[in-house]
Design a protein around this ligand. Sequence first.
Ligand code: ADP
Ligand code: MG
Length: 361
Amino acid sequence: MNLSASALRCFSLLGFSLLGFSLLGFSLLGFCAGNAATAATVPFVATQAAQVQAVTSQKAAGNWFQYGFKPMGTQAYVEVYAADEQQAQQAFAKVEAEFSRVNALMSPWVEQSELSLLNRDAAKHPVTVSSEMYQLLKRAAAVSELSQGAFDVTFASVGFQFDYREHKKPDANTLASQKQWINYRYVELLPNNQVHYAKPGVKVDLGGIAKGYTVERSVQILANMGIRHALVSAGGDTRLLGDKLGQPWLVAIKHPRQEDRYAAQLPMVDSAISTSGDYERYFIEDGRRYHHILDPKTGESPGELMSVSVIGADATQTDALSTTLFVLGLERGMALIEQIPGYEAVFINKDRKLFFSSGLQ
Ligand code: ADP
Ligand code: MG
């Protein structure tokens, strides 16, 4: 598909209020510029309203419970409709344990994680990993294929040279020499869960997919407990289980430059939304913004967009795709998302304009 920028529908962040349309069985009731007082403090504005609703509902056989914690260097939030407090506490403990478990397996900062062992040894000889790790690497590779390498977990040979908190970035020589190790094809997925890195300097970081994966798993764990209405979010990844007792969840997309405002709100049911932005981890030097998403081709942060949100059934996929579209930019990103059935996207570009994929229009 060949989309010119002028053919893309766009809405200014500051200048619109209501649109009506439906998609994927759920409807998008409206967008706002994010200045509603109720929308200013918590990420998900429906929380308190739902509590009231749960208390007053005749049919309700339970109650809403919320829980926040800080896994993987980010803020997580869980909300469940549970039979009683005991079930809710059990649900929260299971979700928190799942985040710890995946972190221990997949964090590059945990010395004994499976990922750390891979990064240490897989260039020397094939390493046998858990089938869980193997399957996630496979899913990452599929998104790399789909995006012709815009999503690439081997971005890490350059990515590991950055420390955003310390404002540290690689010099030109280091960037040039580390860039040569970026290529998802260098991660060879061999039979029997064996993984081999084809080149000596290859490093993998799953930061673009692991959080969505954990959010998705958490929701499956809640569903297995018999919970039918829940929300799990971590950083920019949110997965909803069911609806909010007959109403859609109202999920907000952060304003990329004002923390206390929203760019848009989307009513959603039983699906996931992931946002990638240039404002989560970054520093500015000489007027240039260095942020945590890197274009594998250049090793540099793409500058065209401020934020991309992807909406679809599965949080692992929305997570990987939001990072992917951020790298691809508006035109190529829009062309890609239009080819993926069941997935939609909202882009915010540098001029603070919003662009919606066709299923959202
Ligand atoms: P967040 O982690 O803030 O939710 P994203 O889902 O967009 O944001 O993921 C950004 C993370 O993805 C980065 O911190 C990094 O670990 C990883 N990443 C950066 N660039 C790429 C890329 N081109 N392909 C795959 N992963 C990437
Ligand atoms: Mg992502």
